[in-house]
Design a protein around this ligand. Structure first.
Ligand SMILES: NC(=O)C1=CN([C@@H]2O[C@H](COP(=O)(O)OP(=O)(O)OC[C@H]3O[C@@H](n4cnc5c(N)ncnc54)[C@H](OP(=O)(O)O)[C@@H]3O)[C@@H](O)[C@H]2O)C=CC1
Ligand SMILES: CC(C)=CCC[C@@H](C)[C@H]1CC=C2C3=C(CC[C@@]21C)[C@@]1(C)CC[C@H](O)C(C)(C)[C@@H]1CC3
Length: 427
């Protein structure tokens, strides 16, 4: 047991992360309030405040759990019935590849169109759906927690069936708890053969729910103040664009480390379906409770920051994806490369010559543009920039180790040519 090399500090780390991420989703509800975020009562006595809040709130509500299950089922149905090409993923350790039906953009556009229709024809901001989502936010947090724990446990048990399915390297440790957390099976497709659960969860129900929660928060602001502030519009546009962009570039998700290398366990299940929609919508929830007016200069500044971040993020990711799928395309054919013994080449000029993860920098710059519109009245809305920096720093180290294993000494040569990890000249 002692000789196994664990990530995330092994089983104790898995336990701490599992409990903390769940608690954090609840804290987003109890700490963002109209009378301060966090409220003065929390600052003077945190434990008493939380004890009182918990004892006076009902956490569980069966209809909300049922509604989430219906929503999840609807996204599965949409993947099945909407058209989309069948695309092969990367070649796996067994020499084969899986096929993925790509129609995430159609799925999210269908859901957003249905919601737009309901809003237009059934009461605008007062449509029962928006009011329900706002009123039952705490119940939704519980529903997501319960659903994720159940799904992770089901996936763990399902992965114990006899072969020939592929297991993720990290998920075969001697600790069942750690394997449950990190994920045993690489590409589980239980029950429905067309449904690759990991890529489905990574791109569909959680990301779309994030935007639905943002709209619900916006509708709350409209109901309570009679208007929507410029800050709220901007955060909605930025985050909505980010999600639609990921759906438009759906094939790119098939080459991310989550899909190619990691198992599908509680970390990703919870990250995709609970953590992402609840914590990434903190900014709009705060703005719904505390409207902020930016004015023309503020608007232009955050537009510029988001534009810069998006440009770096999209241009660098697209350059690598194009290079990996069609290296003779004129847009990438002129770039300098390093031939590796593994057979594939590594870019050493263009975006990927500036730093080894310049795409992370672009994503992080965008993170600032999503938080700054909330002003400086609370540190809580800046949770995303801090968490995301930690996630990206850790992810860069994990990818670096994975590439070292993949490319051997060639990766050392590449590291000497492209010296910076994320931010050229700094890190
Ligand atoms: N909003 C969010 O919460 C999150 C967003 N993201 C975003 O997801 C995007 C994808 O990130 P991620 O999956 O971590 O990794 P990357 O898209 O950065 O891909 C890493 C892989 O790219 C290949 N590669 C590395 N260097 C080169 C090079 N010089 N030339 C060619 N190929 C190279 C390697 O794989 P190989 O050589 O095998 O092709 C490596 O394993 C990022 O933009 C990130 O910001 C990620 C996590 C969370
Ligand atoms: C603390 C905890 C449980 C963290 C889980 C991390 C997850 C929230 C993220 C891991 C990788 C992700 C990716 C995206 C969203 C966040 C998670 C799930 C992503 C889908 C966002 C949109 C991008 O365009 C992307 C498709 C490149 C990206 C892929 C990785």
């Amino acid at each position: 047991m002692a000789s196994h090399k664990y990530e995330f500090f092994g089983p104790p780390g898995a336990f701490v992360v599992t409990t903390s991420i769940s608690i954090i989703t609840y804290l987003t509800y109890f700490l963002l309030t109209p009378s301060g975020s966090p409220p003065p009562a929390f600052l003077s006595s945190p434990l008493t405040y939380l004890q009182t809040a918990l004892s006076t709130s009902s956490l569980f509500h069966l209809p909300t759990l049922a509604l989430f299950l219906a929503y999840f089922g609807f996204t599965v149905l949409l993947q099945y019935i909407l058209p989309g090409p069948l695309v092969p993923g990367v070649v796996l350790a067994n020499g084969k590849h899986n096929l993925y039906k790509l129609n995430a953009l159609y799925t999210s556009l269908t859901i957003f169109s249905l919601l737009a229709g309901a809003t237009l024809f059934f009461g605008g901001a007062n449509w029962v759906g928006w009011v329900y989502l706002w009123d039952h936010h705490l119940h939704l947090i519980t529903a997501l927690n319960l659903f994720c724990i159940s799904l992770s446990t089901f996936l763990y048990i399902y992965s114990l069936r006899p072969g020939p399915h592929l297991l993720a390297e990290g998920g075969t440790s001697p600790s069942p708890l750690f394997n449950w957390f990190i994920g045993r099976e690489l590409n589980p497709r239980p029950l429905l053969s067309f449904l690759d659960l990991k890529s489905f969860c990574e791109l569909r129900p959680g990301l779309t729910l994030w935007i639905i929660l943002n709209i619900s928060n916006t509708m709350h602001q409209l109901r309570t103040t009679g208007s929507i502030t410029d800050s709220m519009i901007l955060v909605n546009l930025f985050q909505g664009w980010y999600v639609l962009d990921s759906h438009f570039h759906e094939p790119a998700v098939l080459t991310t480390m989550d899909i190619t290398t990691d198992g599908f366990g509680h970390m990703l299940v919870f990250g995709d379906l609970a953590w992402l929609p609840i914590t990434y919508s903190i900014q709009t929830r705060y703005l719904a409770l505390n409207p902020v007016h930016l004015g023309p200069l503020g608007v232009l500044s955050v537009l510029a920051i988001n534009g810069l971040g998006y440009y770096i993020f999209r241009a660098s990711n697209s350059q690598k994806n194009l290079f990996r799928t069609n290296p003779s395309d004129p847009k990438v054919a002129h770039l300098k490369t390093l031939q590796t013994k593994r057979g594939t080449k590594l870019l050493i000029s263009g975006w990927w010559g500036t730093s080894r993860h310049i795409n992370y920098l672009g994503d992080w710059v965008m993170a600032w543009a999503w938080c700054l519109p909330t002003g400086f009245g609370t540190p809580l809305t800046y949770f995303y920039v801090v968490y995301f920096a930690i996630l990206l720093l850790h992810r860069e180290r994990r990818d670096d180790e994975a590439c070292e294993r993949k490319y051997g000494e060639d990766w050392g040569v590449y590291r000497r040519i492209v010296r910076w990890r994320i931010m050229p000249g700094v890190y």
